[in-house]
Design a binder for this molecule. Sequence first.
Ligand code: M6R
Length: 605
Amino acid sequence: MCGIIGYTGNQPAKDILINGLKQLEYRGYDSAGIAVLDKDAGFIMKKKTGKVAELEAAAAEDKTEATCGIGHTRWATHGGVTETNAHPHNQGSVTICHNGIIENYKELTTEYGLKKLLKSETDTEVVAALLDQFYEGNPYKTIKRVVDLLAGSFALCIMFEDQPGKIFAIRNVSPMVAAAFDGGSIIASDLTAVINFSKKYFVVPEYHILTLSESGIQVQDLKGRAVEPEILEVNWDITSAQKGGYPHYMLKEINEQPEALERTIAPRIQDGLPYLLDDGIDDAILKELKDIVIVACGTAMHAGMVGKSLIESKLRIPVTVEIASEFRYKDPIIDSSTLVIVVSQSGETIDTLEALRLARKKGCKVLSVVNVKGSTIARESDYVLYTHAGPEIAVASTKAYTVQISAMYLLAARLGYVRGIMSEEETKEFIKKLSEVGEIMKRTIDASNDIRMIANHIKKAPDVFYIGRGIDYTMSLEASLKLKEISYIHAEAYAAGELKHGTIALISEQVPVIAIATEDHVYAKVISNVREVKSRGAYVILISQEGKTESEEVCDKQIYIPKVDSTFGVFATAVILQLIAYYTSDAKGLDVDKPRNLAKSVTVE
Ligand code: M6R
């Protein structure tokens, strides 16, 4: 939650910070602010509730040439959405931005008598007040002393008034990356705000103090020793993180799926077989495991459910899918024979990260499926299978989801092959079909015109139901999440055969029911369930494979996915369901990319 940025160099900082905040805005968009440190005027601060564009307008008149500053875009946790609660926060000689949660801020407020000093309701201002109270001219010592007192997660960018041109930073859990380049240095919650300056960067190590200046970045551990961070290089450029002519990031990212899949799948095929050794995933772990537990949140968890459906049906290996925030508190039944797979686009979701830590503590090997290189989840896992979706900016996850599913398919194929469950020929056939799904998705996107009309119908509905069986039921779960989060329409996913056990009471005239029936072996059963809702007046939209046409008695509209082996239909189905949510949100005139109350990366519990 929240995006933070710091820049110091030989250019005026104000516009750099605001442009960086625009890149980070998907992380939070309740309010935004910047502070620059002018060597004559001291701190100059501007904060605004609302989007970064409002901050930009408000700061347009400020002509400061200061070349060092910090900025923040907020997703409120402590205190309402007000200018006073917006970051940066200043206390005396110190100004800070913070991402994360300081769990013991109340205790610290009492213990250090800070109450009378605080202007906001935030946990962050307590940190600013402590830094100011302890500061005696040595930033390193002061930060170390304060950080020793903090419980919780934090990424902090700090400026001291008597340290012109310098930004200090430290983090625990909450992400930050940094880069030094010719003429300055920059630090931010993620790469999208850094990449304009440098393709080489490093992940800020936890509990290390950084000093950023025009001439570079010093990194010290808490014993005062200099540390050389590992330099990484991004393989995408800033245009990947821009809209590129699309009206919204979400639509762009839906369209990028065929390429993202190609990037994720193609390098992992050797001689027609799945090959994961370059990712460090050796066959021993796949041969030895007795069961699999997949842990994730939201859309990533839904990708895990597709993985479960595939692995159980094809390989007969037991798989449990757990919601990370539940897994953490239920003393899960796992041991060293369980392979725990954690799935996360950002690699920073705190519930997923804590679940990973618990699994490792219990002796399990953890394999993560992660999109963001060098993220905390990737670094703490035993094995990492990176997805190559590129940056996903829209809050509603689309391309990250389908590449996560493709990673599950790759893993399943290798698992089946090395355990002798799938013959070489079967595995090659499976991989061939997997390699073709990008093209199938492209055809689905190209033929998606009707979806706008369907969205125009759905946009008026207070409730929408998604029904399906088997793998199509897991697709329904993701579809309803997608519709809810960006169109604010109540949507429910139901196993098609379960509806009649109660929920069918909610079906009445014109309630839209989106039925997904792409699997041959349960097609007739789903159609029976469709008839049940249709005869109660529902407006039915049926998603099926080409060639399976139903009359008006069964459904009001039909959308087809290309004819494909049922196991691989999920990719095309996902595209259709994403587009339904996208066009519905757009038809309602909502902010598709930045839905209310949400943030892209959930780094609070
Ligand atoms: O970064 P992660 O994949 O760990 O994020 C998990 C969820 O927060 C995320 O998938 C969320 O559900 C999306 N907003 C859904 O579109």
